[in-house]
Ligand binder design. Structure first.
Ligand SMILES: [Zn+2]
Ligand SMILES: [Zn+2]
Length: 436
């Protein structure tokens, strides 16, 4: 059955072809896929624990890289370590004949000082578990095609996926699938904000602050002027815009010397790249004005450019349908307290973007989803309290449940040509309408 629904999101109108998804159910394939994942649960728990207990920050994820690549190799995947010129990235592949290719992203970087406060240990676990489930279908259940796991480092800083996109990691893939943990909500069509970060450095001229201040050029004044102008600009921002600053390396500042160098980092977020570009333009003017007004020089170097995430609505619907069919959270005591919306409700809400992700850039390159799943607790992501929750058995169980649904979603793409075509067409229309 095909249903066509027109949904409106801002200026964007999507024509969504809904294809009935019942192949896995009727073939009994789901049972085999779930059993394959369940039979490795002890090993998957070890993988999860190893990553969580040994948190490594961006581009330092040596242990996680070793744990994950060894596990996937043991499971019969062909693994390329340190892939795409990134020491802690990897690619793991399993194929059975000709067909489409599905991919799962495994993240595994932690945050400085607070460990796995974004739960990327669970992202890695759910993605490798899903890949094991799809491999079972390819190896023993007559499904054809390819499953790929991409180990994507440094999501929290430089965006490993962006470098991997540039290196061709997402070429010849039909979809990119992953899941991200949060506190108390399930999400299938979850968007993320565009996020841009830059280092901004003012330089001036040092001088004795009492003896000859008139000979100095005050770099700190450059920063403060820009900070204040940004504060004034906030009145003209949209409620969805975000600007954040930090001042860095203050050890060189002393009160009796006019500061000759001040380093800072600026972040800008917006609902999409187009809106974000407007804000960045204004910040460029602010930064230039701050330098000329304080007789200092300013340098701005972009360090991050995460695009807004626009997931495939069709993949989201399939994920949601399978979640409800096999693991309806409202029917399980341990998950009934969590909220869940239909993809249609999420779409009407604009995908409730809040955080940002380098999966955003991937979403502009091929059909993708990054579903959200709850692990409980009240401390939000990027808080030490979340680290604790991300290491629990319950969080692991949630990641495993989600992995099964991710596997079924990927199998729909592998098995159902009509579905895969409709997914691609819908995604192409969405991206064309978003064109930056
Ligand atoms: Zn995070
Ligand atoms: Zn995260």
């Amino acid at each position: 059955m095909a249903i066509n629904t027109a949904l409106h999101f801002g200026l964007l109108t999507l024509s969504i072809a809904g294809i009935a998804t019942c192949q896995n159910n009727t073939s009994g394939l789901s049972k085999q896929v779930f059993a394959a994942i369940d039979s490795r649960n002890d090993q998957l728990r070890t993988v999860n624990r190893e990553i969580w207990e040994n948190p490594e920050t961006a581009m330092e994820e040596v242990h996680a890289h070793e744990v994950l690549t060894s596990f996937l190799e043991d499971q019969g995947f062909t693994v390329t370590r340190s892939a795409f010129n990134l020491s802690t990235a990897f690619k793991a592949v399993y194929s059975n004949g000709e067909g489409r290719s599905v991919s799962f992203n495994a993240e595994y970087d932690a945050l400085p000082g607070i460990g796995h406060a974004c739960g990327h240990n669970l992202i890695a676990t759910s993605s490798v578990a899903a890949a094991v489930g799809v491999k079972e279908a390819l190896e023993n259940q007559g499904v054809t095609g390819t499953v790929v796991v991409l180990g994507t480092p440094a999501e929290e800083s430089i965006g490993g996926k962006i470098k991997m996109l540039d290196a061709g990691a997402y070429e010849n893939l039909d979809c990119s699938i992953m899941a991200h943990p949060g506190n108390n909500a399930y999400g299938a069509w979850s968007r993320t904000l565009a996020s841009w970060r830059a280092n901004v450095t003012w330089t001036g001229k040092a001088s004795h602050a009492a003896l000859a201040p008139w000979q100095g050029q005050n770099a700190l004044d450059g920063f403060v002027a820009a900070y204040q102008m940004t504060g004034l600009y906030r009145q003209q921002l949209m409620t969805t815009d975000r600007i954040h600053h930090i001042i860095k390396n203050t050890d060189n500042l002393v009160t009796n010397v006019i500061p000759d160098r001040v380093e800072s980092e600026w972040g800008v977020r917006g609902t999409n790249r187009a809106r974000q570009a407007v804000v960045i333009d204004q910040l460029n003017s602010i930064v230039e004005g701050s330098a000329s007004g304080t007789n200092t020089t300013v340098f701005l170097t972009k360090v991050q450019d995460y695009w807004d995430q626009n997931p495939s609505f069709q993949l989201a619907k399939t994920y949601y349908n399978y979640l409800i069919e096999y693991f309806d959270p409202s029917k399980d005591e341990s998950t009934s307290e969590f909220s869940i919306s239909t993809p249609e409700q999420e779409y009407e809400d604009g995908g409730s973007p809040s955080a940002s992700s380098d999966q955003g850039n991937v979403s502009w390159f091929l059909p993708s989803i990054q579903v959200g799943f709850p692990i409980g607790g009240t401390a939000p992501n990027h808080n030490a309290g979340f680290t604790k929750v991300a290491g629990t058995d319950f969080a692991h169980d949630q990641a495993i449940t989600v992995s099964k649904v991710l596997a079924l979603t990927a199998l729909e793409v592998l098995q159902n040509a009509t579905y895969a075509e409709a997914m691609k067409k819908e995604w192409e229309e969405m991206i064309a309408a978003l064109q930056f």
